[in-house]
Write a protein that binds this ligand. Structure first.
Ligand code: ZN
Ligand code: ZN
Length: 305
């Protein structure tokens, strides 16, 4: 489903990521007692270093952007002084986690509770004692899965706070993991089932290893699609869209849209939870599958003329 040009572009960016990591490794001794810096624009956390990294490859990628005032860094200690996480029940066994005020891209994460253990879907840059104690009250975190690199943020801190919970990331996104750690479990293939019978499906599109999660018990048993950025829920929750870059308005091509649809069509879901509340509620409450089909057909008509 990937065109050669996209793959070349992806590998090129991957090399940039590798170069940034090599630079950090060269400073390994200086890292003693340093901080794991977070990029202010995307929220990605890097390995500990005495001085901030030279670049953020996630933001320098064509899908993202460096902030208008140039590359800026912060640390978790700084972030904890003026931000907090708001944890809200969305429906039975589903809680959203929003950092306030907005930090980085501004996405939310979700805690899904299952009888076999809880899963953190997507991630945010802030984690603090208040967040940890509230999530422990809700049963903790047994596993983590993140849709794509824009939301990896402080995933290693989240895993460590919950006993080294494994983080499931598709193998195709390995070059975009800025803070490598043994808790990251790369998986290959097109789907796998996580703890609590939660299917993780690789659709590609926005990222080569883009993955969505199906929560079969969601929406009172009708199923909920945990979509992250793709399908992206519109201001009108009866519409969704699909983009290679949302900030820079770069669309996906028709074969990729058809592939995403072939991946989503077999899944049983009625509701869709997206990454953002800044535009509406970020939820398609009902009829989600028809919304996705109709939106994809319209998208194909729009790009094919
Ligand atoms: Zn960044
Ligand atoms: Zn994204």
């Amino acid at each position: 489903m990937r065109k050669g040009t996209s793959r070349r572009r992806f590998m090129g960016e991957g090399s940039i990521a590798a170069a940034a990591l090599a630079g950090l490794a060269a400073n390994a001794h200086a890292a003693e007692g340093g901080s794991a810096h977070l990029c202010v624009t995307c929220g990605t956390q890097f390995p500990e270093s005495a001085t901030p990294p030279a670049h953020c490859p996630i933001c320098e990628d064509e899908r993202q952007y460096v902030g208008p005032d140039g590359q800026k860094w912060t640390t978790l200690d700084q972030l904890r002084t003026n931000h907090k996480n708001v944890i809200t029940k969305e429906e039975d066994d589903l809680y959203s986690i929003n950092t306030m005020p907005k930090f980085g891209i501004g996405q939310r994460a979700f805690l899904i509770r299952t009888p076999r253990g809880n899963l953190l879907w997507d991630c945010v840059g802030l984690i603090d004692d208040q967040t940890i104690s509230r999530i422990k009250e809700l049963g903790g975190i047994a596993e983590i899965a993140i849709s794509h690199p824009h939301y990896y943020t402080a995933m290693i801190e989240w895993s460590r706070a919950f006993g080294g919970a494994p983080i499931h990331i598709h193998e195709a996104e390995r070059p975009w993991v800025m803070r490598p750690d043994p808790c990251v479990r790369f998986w290959k293939g097109e789907s796998q089932t996580l703890l609590g019978s939660l299917p993780l499906v690789r659709t590609g599109g926005h990222f080569e290893g883009y993955q969505v999660l199906l929560w079969p018990a969601g929406a009172e048993g009708r199923g909920a699609l945990m979509a992250g950025d793709q399908p992206q829920i519109g201001l009108d929750p009866k519409q969704v869209s699909f983009m290679w870059s949302y900030p820079n308005y770069i669309p996906l091509n028709a074969p990729t849209i058809r592939h995403i649809m072939a991946c989503l069509d077999p899944l049983e879901y009625d509701r869709i939870y997206g990454a953002f509340v800044v535009r509406g509620k970020g939820i398609v409450f009902t009829g989600g599958k028809a919304v996705v089909r109709r939106s994809a057909e319209r998208y194909l008509r729009a790009i094919q003329g």
